[in-house]
Design a protein around this ligand. Structure first.
Ligand SMILES: Nc1ncnc2c1ncn2[C@@H]1O[C@H](COP(=O)(O)OP(=O)(O)OP(=O)(O)O)[C@@H](O)[C@H]1O
Ligand SMILES: [Mg+2]
Length: 268
């Protein structure tokens, strides 16, 4: 197994840029330390999945990276910028478990929303090479652009949320259990679509999940967090060949990664 108990998960000797760098980062809520001394470098263009027991700090880590909460200690930088600078420069987007669409706006109007907000605030938005309509097509919603959120299924709403997250052409996509509430078949379908989007856009992805199978299927690397306080337990390289297919989950290699992670999780 290719587990590394390492401070840096960027490939050794790689010249690739670092998308996100956490150095001894800590988060406190009052007297409770939710994250302690978390250090990791996330290579640009990589797909990281994040596993760990409930309450270990997975969401807190994404909120820290996305400038929603401050670090109590250590540093966090995104493409060499502070989290605030990166947020203002629209370097990253967040996709939550709940699509959080505005119910009175169509799918297309929801995707356009970040651009509208940016324009109203006079913010210079990174120019996307895809229009909102093309992004809806990319997530497989061609022809549904005028539908209101209540006219779409849960999986379709989540796809709208992904298209909206891509509209400012972020270089980093933070996803917190985005498919957690979906049935297995829809999740499989969106997993494949997300891999396609990742390959096509080159975006770096940090993806939190409770599903070991989803973590292995999507991730080039799995970050395992440990609880109380939240900290990095191990980064496991997933050396499955690409492009990944659903059938791959029945292979001995896939099963080996899954059972290794299951045992690791039991000790976190
Ligand atoms: N705003 C907050 N105020 C106080 N404590 C918080 C706050 N947000 C999170 N915590 C605590 O920090 C710890 C980590 O929470 P977090 O939501 O990051 O866990 P998680 O790994 O995402 O869990 P889950 O898998 O259940 O989503 C928990 O003990 C939680 O109670
Ligand atoms: Mg969470």
């Amino acid at each position: 197994m290719q587990g590394q108990n390492t401070m840096s998960a960027a490939p050794t000797g790689s010249r690739s840029a670092i998308a996100a760098s956490l150095k001894s980062a800590s988060v406190r809520f009052g007297s409770y330390t939710a994250i302690k001394d978390l250090s990791i470098d996330i290579a640009e263009g990589a797909f990281y999945t994040i596993l760990g027991p409930s309450g270990c700090g997975k969401s807190t880590m994404l909120r820290l990276v996305s400038d929603l909460i401050p670090a109590a200690g250590g540093t966090v930088s995104i493409f060499g910028k502070s989290t605030e600078e990166a947020r203002l420069a629209r370097e990253f987007s967040f996709v939550f478990q709940d699509a959080a669409l505005l119910p009175w706006r169509s799918a297309l109007k929801n995707v356009e929303l970040p651009l509208e907000i940016g324009r109203k605030r006079g913010v210079k938005i990174p120019k996307s090479n895809r229009t909102p309509l093309e992004l809806l097509e990319l997530v497989g919603l061609k022809g549904r652009e005028d539908a209101l959120p209540h006219e779409l299924s849960g999986g379709m709403r989540q796809r709208v949320a992904i298209a909206r997250a891509l509209v400012c052409q972020p270089r980093l996509l933070l996803m917190d259990e985005p498919f957690g509430a979906l049935d297995e078949m829809t999740r499989d379908h969106l997993n494949l679509q997300l891999l396609k989007i990742w390959e096509e856009t080159g975006v770096t992805i940090l993806f939190v999940t409770h599903s070991i199978a989803e973590a292995v299927f999507l991730g080039q690397k799995v970050m395992m967090l440990q609880a109380h306080p939240g900290r990095l337990r191990e980064v496991v390289d997933i050396d499955l060949p690409g492009p990944r297919t659903i059938d791959m989950r029945d292979t001995p290699e896939f099963t080996r990664y899954s059972s290794y992670l299951r045992k690791l999780l039991e000790t976190c």
